[in-house]
Write a protein that binds this ligand. Structure first.
Ligand code: GAR
Length: 208
């Protein structure tokens, strides 16, 4: 059974998609050990607690400096002994020591087709504003492993979504979630839980 810690900052619709997928058997061989947020008011924490899963807040604001936060954050995650850390809309930079300790065991959902509209400054609605400003006709979402760069790790799954002429950043965000994020994030977790994902030469190879 794959033990997962999910890190969230906001509403937690991706967390909900994972919870639903475990409940309905779309994800097998996996359980969520804890949900961690930097934001005590994140609705995602409510979703966790409603499921009987610990919902914990740990924020850089509670610490004197970033190093102290990083150490406490890593200790907190380690206390749940996860096999996989899932970043589902988590807006805190992951400490380098955590990336080293959990090499190819941290995944992130990003709301564009990487390498477009990703990297520093591209998160949440800003990604969709970027796509609309550039006038792309297709966007989507990407699940990838986390490495030392921003959105640069090995790509696991991607799914395209058509941009419509009437789209606002909000409507596009919603469609990317519904058509792509809520599907490929649970799918990637199921593949990892069932041993179908390997990283070779910095690229993901899918078995079966
Ligand atoms: C999602 O769209 C996710 O892809 C994005 O934040 C949103 C969180 O929504 N993540 C990033 O932009 C990371 N760079 P949620 O809290 O409802 O799952």
């Amino acid at each position: 059974m794959l033990r997962i810690v999910v890190c969230v900052s906001g509403g937690g619709t991706n967390l909900q998609a994972i919870l639903d997928s475990i409940d309905n058997g779309t994800i097998t061989n996996a359980e969520i050990a804890a949900v961690i947020s930097n934001n005590a008011n994140a609705y995602a924490l409510e979703r966790a607690r409603e499921h009987g899963i610990p919902g914990i807040c740990i924020s850089p604001k509670q610490f004197e400096n970033r190093d102290n936060f990083n150490t406490a954050f890593l200790d907190k995650v380690n206390s749940y002994q996860p096999d996989l850390i899932v970043l589902a809309g988590f807006l805190v930079v992951i400490p380098g020591m955590m990336i080293q300790e959990y090499r190819n065991r941290i995944i992130n959902i990003h709301p564009s087709l990487i390498p477009s509209f990703c990297g520093k400054g591209y998160y949440g609605l800003k990604v969709h504003e970027g796509a609309l400003n550039r006038g792309v006709k297709v966007t989507g979402a990407t699940v990838h492993f986390v490495d030392e760069g921003t959105d640069t790790g090995p790509i696991i799954l991607q799914h395209p979504v058509m941009v419509e002429s009437e789209d606002t950043p909000e409507t596009l965000q919603r469609r990317v979630m519904e058509q792509a994020e809520w599907k490929i994030l649970p799918q990637a977790i199921d593949m990892i839980a069932n041993g179908r994902i390997k990283v070779t030469d910095g690229k993901v190879v899918i078995a079966g």
